[in-house]
Ligand binder design. Structure first.
Ligand code: NAP
Length: 294
């Protein structure tokens, strides 16, 4: 694709979008890459005319007026029926966060999963599985929450060789996640658990990675903590919190006080954005520029 021929009209679908970092990340990267373009916010409220508004935006995309879209809460699943094709990651996870258009056909992709994994490798390289031939179980990861982000995280971890336990306050949600993701080939070990001290207590010594994939602790509920009060954190685990607003959640603070290595989800945000921009432009994206823009 010639750099001169394309004006990259990009944007984000979601609601609410106030305070989104995405325009800053993408605009800075486009500039650094020498590509003309813009990144606009498309706030679409849930309910009411949502599907009509989505259909209108996707028609603009098919006509070439919009080149690429990201999708965030609460529309990552709502856009699925509008797609002509899904990548295997989007199909397995059951959610789309990046949409591409070629020849009027829309493809839904998911860069949350590779974005999470890539950042995990960056911040905790020593925790990554190095499966010896013939080994059937990888190190144990415990994921809190069973919503959309948890699906991407569990998909990424189990593909990368982790044995994953997913703990949710509604057991049926964790069971549904495990059952749906296990259908896909690739040595997936996913155990659904109730988020309770009785279920977690005896497993803690083997946990090597603990991931918060719930919104607990996110602004404005900064005192909320997904971990059960009174239960110690696993002593041998690195801790990753998908939440990045505020940069240090109550959960991360607790982990650091206990001497554990801990990271927020800012790097995942940067990586999923960079991977989306690479899909749209076909060019390598400078991560450092995105970090500086934050
Ligand atoms: P979601 O689909 O609404 O799912 C949230 C999950 O967390 C559900 O299982 C929910 O259970 C559970 N939950 C909510 N509050 C809880 C609490 N106080 N204690 C225990 N469990 C709780 O949301 P999502 O799309 O998965 O997003 C989750 C978080 O990840 C958000 O903060 C989002 O901003 C963040 N995220 C970050 C990135 C990144 O790039 N860093 C990317 C994606 C998402 P119930 O259904 O029972 O409420």
């Amino acid at each position: 694709m010639s750099r001169d021929a394309v004006y990259f009209s990009l944007g984000l679908l979601g609601y609410p979008l106030v305070g989104s970092h995405s325009p800053r990340l993408h605009t800075a990267a486009l500039q650094a890459m020498g590509l003309p373009g813009e990144y606009r916010l498309y706030p679409i409220a849930p309910g009411g005319d949502r599907d009509l508004e989505l259909a209108r935006i996707f028609e603009s995309m098919r006509s070439g007026a919009i080149h690429g879209l990201n999708v965030t809460i609460p529309h990552k699943q709502a856009v699925l029926p509008f797609m002509d094709a899904l990548t295997s990651a989007a199909r397995s996870i059951g959610a789309v966060n990046t949409i591409l258009c070629h020849d009027r056909l829309l493809t839904g992709d998911n860069t949350d999963a590779p974005g999470f994994l890539s950042d995990l490798q960056r911040v905790f390289p020593e925790t990554m599985p190095s499966m010896a031939a013939g080994e059937s179980a990888g190190p144990q990861a415990l994921v809190l929450g069973a919503g959309g982000a948890a699906r991407a995280v569990v998909f990424a971890l189990s593909r990368a060789g982790w044995s994953v336990a997913v703990a949710a306050r509604r057991l049926d949600q964790a069971q549904a996640l495990a059952a749906e993701l296990k259908v896909y080939p690739g040595n997936l070990s996913i155990e659904p658990l109730l988020l309770s001290a009785a279920e977690l207590n005896h497993r803690l010594p083997v946990v090597r990675l603990l991931v918060n994939a719930t919104p607990a602790g996110m602004l404005p509920e900064v005192d909320a903590n997904p971990w059960l009060s009174g239960l110690p954190l696993p002593v041998n685990a690195a801790v990753y919190d998908l939440v990045y607003k505020p940069p240090e959640t109550a959960f991360l603070r607790q982990a650091r006080l206990q001497g554990l290595a801990a990271s927020n989800g800012l790097g995942m945000l940067v990586e999923q954005a960079a991977l989306a921009l690479e899909r749209w432009t076909g060019l390598p994206v400078p991560r450092q520029t995105m970090w500086q823009a934050l």
